[in-house]
Ligand binder design. Structure first.
Ligand code: KG4
Ligand code: ZN
Length: 338
């Protein structure tokens, strides 16, 4: 069986469409990023994001089909992110996908955004398969997930406040770096001293949940105190020390989840998985304890639609699909059926 699935993703500030064969072979991956639009506001403005998705979704989808060298009649199904995400942004992709699936009389499959991030690990990588433990760190989520099978996801731990990506973005803002701050901190960290400042590691040694709001406040306090004393700030040292604190907590909890589940495979996913220090640290941790490590290339870590098609393929195989009454879900638990 060969199934070509069109994925559509509009949960935040990327309008994306992609064609993927059998949940792994990427035929096209088109992403229209809104970063330059939201940058002037210092973060994503939901209403602006939704309007931009409306302007772009048609041409982005046409481009994905054309780059894949296929037409609508070649598709097996249309997949779309149903949640979690910004409701206005989600509704744009969802309405478009519903109309398209209805018009071509193909199944509509709604997917969970975080489960899709995890499935980015299968893209162009058919050798990697469940069961495994995944760490998903994005702008809105930080979760440790036990992926028991392609359609069975169990949350082991999650952030109690800010997401890891949110902490990166807020720390970057405090340093006067542009949105989205994660990639800017990543670049700056490479020339800084990670041991210059000792930032807190919240909930260290305690369960599988995370907390990043204290770390964010510690960075703000450090910067404000230095300014009040008239000291010159070393932004690279702050970025590197902040990154070290985030990476050390993410690694510690990931190792604990690996030990508790006894898994032999570990996957990293989500926008923060593009971070060079985190990728290197988790690869080393897994090597040290003899666990297989998988992380998608950075383009499949941040929001994209290939991961949506990758996730949907496994529902498609089981004959699962949604009706035209499928709604958008701004919050949606991992593993929850909708
Ligand atoms: O998964 P994603 O594209 O969107 C959400 O679902 O939220 O993640 C975006 C987040 C942002 O917070 C961004 O700053 C962060 O991922 N990010 C990074 C890097 N690239 C993106 N964080 C750290 N280092 C990076 N290289
Ligand atoms: Zn995402």
């Amino acid at each position: 069986m060969s199934a070509l699935i069109l994925g559509i993703e509009t949960s935040c500030d990327e309008t994306a469409a992609a064609v993927v064969e059998n949940g792994t072979r990427v035929l096209s991956n088109v992403i229209d990023s809104q970063i330059s639009i939201h940058r002037i506001y210092g973060g994503v403005v939901p209403e602006v994001a939704g309007r931009r998705h409306i302007e772009k979704i048609d041409s982005v989808t046409a481009c994905a089909l054309e780059s894949a060298g296929i037409t609508l009649s070649d598709l097996a199904a249309v997949a779309v992110t149903a949640g979690p995400g910004l409701v206005g942004a989600l509704l744009t992709g969802l309405s478009f996908a519903k109309a398209l699936a209805y018009a071509i009389d193909k199944p509509l499959i709604g997917t969970h955004h975080i489960e899709s991030h995890i499935c980015a690990n299968f893209l162009d990588n058919p050798g990697f398969s469940p069961p495994f433990v995944a760490l998903v760190a994005s702008g809105g989520h930080t979760h440790l997930v036990h992926v028991k099978d392609y359609t069975e996801y169990v949350t082991l731990g999650a952030t109690r406040d800010d997401a890891a990506g949110e902490a990166f973005d807020k720390a970057a803002r405090a340093l006067g770096l542009p949105y989205p701050g994660g990639v800017e901190i990543d670049k700056l960290s490479r020339v800084g001293n990670p041991d210059a400042i000792s930032f807190p590691r919240a909930l260290s040694g305690d369960g599988l949940d995370f907390s990043f709001s204290g770390l964010k406040s510690a960075v703000l306090n450090h910067i404000n105190k230095a300014k009040m004393r008239g000291e010159t700030l070393n932004a690279a040292d702050i970025a590197a020390s902040f990154t070290k604190a985030v990476v050390s907590v993410l690694c510690e909890k990931s190792i604990r989840a690996i030990e508790l589940t006894g898994t032999k495979r570990f996957a990293l996913a989500g926008g923060v998985a593009a971070n060079s220090a985190l990728r290197a640290a988790l690869a080393q941790c897994c090597l040290d304890i003899g666990v297989e490590f998988c992380v998608p290339p950075p383009i499949f870590c941040t929001d994209n639609a290939a991961m949506v098609a990758a996730r949907a393929f496994h529902d498609y195989k089981q004959g699962l699909k949604h009706t035209m009454s499928l709604n958008a879900f701004p919050s949606l638990a991992i593993g929850e059926r909708f």
